[in-house]
Design a protein around this ligand. Sequence first.
Ligand SMILES: [Zn+2]
Length: 404
Amino acid sequence: MFELLFLLLPVAVFYGYVMGSRQANKSQQSEKTRKIGFLTKGINYFLYRDKEKAVDEFIRYYDSDGEHSFEEGLALGTLLRERGDLEKAIRFHNNLLTTAKIEPVQRTAVLLELARDFMSSGLLDKAEDILRELISYNSAKKASVRLLVTLYEQEKEWQRAIDLIDSFKQFADEGILKRQSEFYCELGNESYSRKNYAKANDYFKKASIVNKGCVRAYLNMAKIMIEIGQTKNALTYIQEAVKSDPEMIPICLKSLAKCFYPGQELQHLEVLNSWLQLSDSPQLVMAVADLIMANKTPEEAEAFVMRLLKKSPSFELFSYILGNLYEGLDPKNQERFAVLKSIMDAHLAGNYRYICKHCGFKSSVLFWQCPSCHRWEQMKPHQISEWGAGGVRTVAVEKPEKDG
Ligand SMILES: [Zn+2]
């Protein structure tokens, strides 16, 4: 968002400058020269990516005497908010409303910015009042609906957010519907925690209808089915979750294991083997190896893990081989393997298990909504360090950016 503003700001400022220049007479030229100095410096800072100084110069340009275009004012107010000067942004936008001669459509644009200022400041009631008013104006309807959805999301007013999306179906694109499915999941969780499984299931079902790829909804429905003993249905939901996102296989394994009774190990193994076509996650390989060991021989389990380890090396699999296989296969060297495994486990213990694909936030627990960028279902299981062709590599993590 900030980057985009920086692209747009010089355009707005330049437009204002050209329009102003047309009306300037000679006596005004020296003043114009002074102002263009601020502008040039601002653009230079912008080009050299020093945002703070660039904003300062644009503000000095704006504060210098003279008339400015509406677009300049709007862009500068937004810049103030984006760099965190929330009080100034609110004052600035309020001034635009009261002092400038603006058209009705421009007024709605300023009000929208003011609502954003209030939201950023946590003054959600004030933002809601403005947005509720703006929703009746065609020029601001879509933006107001989207902001109100975000506002209800922040307030955890899930049902209000759902109802709002339903009332403005014309704006419900894929992104909004995905969020709506998460709101249903939140309500589902609330019912589940009160042990109202029927109602919870109803919410999760709705989530899977508005977003057919909602892994969270399928896994929760599977959890409920397991709870009430309908393991066949649970298996169907788990398969849907895996079909929607094979990357989430590691978090499906525990629920899958609960779908099979003693004596059904081969059916369990059959499902896991089919997942190996979709994923080579260490957790999946270990689950298969456990079943091979329990139902066949340790040698077969070792051969299987070694094959997968060569194909997709990982520290987790390496540790598993040391601890679960070699200790049994080679009792004489048990102590050596135990030492090696403890070294590997110490390395693994300091790592994170999940990473947000959007902002790079890392965590040892799974959040359905990323605590950093607030996007839903972006946290994915992370394979703890892996060897690439050129040696050990780690996942590059970008610095989280503010969501626009
Ligand atoms: Zn994130």
